[in-house]
Ligand binder design. Sequence first.
Ligand code: NAP
Length: 325
Amino acid sequence: MRGHQFSASQEEALVQGPRVVVTGATGLLGRAICREFESGGWIVIGTGYRRARPRFLRCDLTDEGAVKRLLHEHKPEVVIHCAAERRPDVMEGNNEAAVNLNVHATSTLAKESAACGSLFTYISTDYVFDGRNPPYGEDDSPNPLNAYGRSKLDGEREVLRHCPGAVILRIPILFGEVETVTESAVTSLWLKVQEATEESCILDHCLQRFPTSTQDVATVCRKLAERARQDPFIRGIFHFSGKEQMTKYEMAVAMAQAFNLPSNHLIPQTELSADMTSRPMNSQLNCSRLELLNLSVEPQAFTAAITDCLWPFTADKRWRQTVFH
Ligand code: NAP
């Protein structure tokens, strides 16, 4: 019987574990995804841009040649594409650069992943929906309300056009281990919670959100990639989301309660303001397609997970001393 011939890269994968390229490795979600794949025994090639060095590769994803070199050099089994422009002010103001990253770079990555035979996973968003008729299944018609949602939907279309064997994972608003509290719209609320001694603070109590932990999304990405490598039917769009429906006001109150802080300065804003019309009212994602795969990822309870993320930013420095000394 003739033995199976392994290529050099397959042999390396057998000895050292499979390789994954994670774009946006310096970002909120990318950092969690790198950690998760590393602890699962994968060889992680993380890429960043402005914050890349020294830990990650610096690769401007809007440079087609650089993307080609990256994937052809490393020939990863899996690519997880997290890098994106998601800041609303940048999206509306500097649209060309943002579209270059969110759409054109996605297109190049999808094309080159297909050429290298890598399993491509594109991270997308609930903002592809208008939020008027939740919950949304994978086949429901998208209708983004703002430039960010439109660019991510265009990214999805490029992925499916160039890499039909890709996976698209749509997720809602994220929180996780942050470098500064302002890095995520959820942890930013911590600043409002701490304003207790000052004037009252009005917080949106209209838009319904499903805050989701980056750690949970990272676990889904790893397990989904591992399963999809074995099963060619695991392709196309999946939804994943935290289970608790909360407004920003409710998230802030939950944070205050978790740390035993006053919350009576937080005032719920119950009337829609002009800037809310460009964001979905309730883009709840129906996650049943992913649940059918039984990946065993139960979203963490919001209070427990957000407490872990905010501990390093509490005024009580004794905690930090116990951890770092
Ligand atoms: P993030 O923290 O803003 O990180 C963005 C990443 O993109 C950074 O690693 C950044 O690298 C990289 N990047 C920017 N310009 C680049 C360029 N020209 N070339 C290469 N890399 C570049 O984003 P995130 O919150 O982790 O989001 C990850 C994904 O989840 C995105 O696709 C986003 O659409 C999606 N998502 C996010 C949320 C959320 O609430 N955050 C919700 C739903 C979906 P440097 O910092 O090193 O420059």
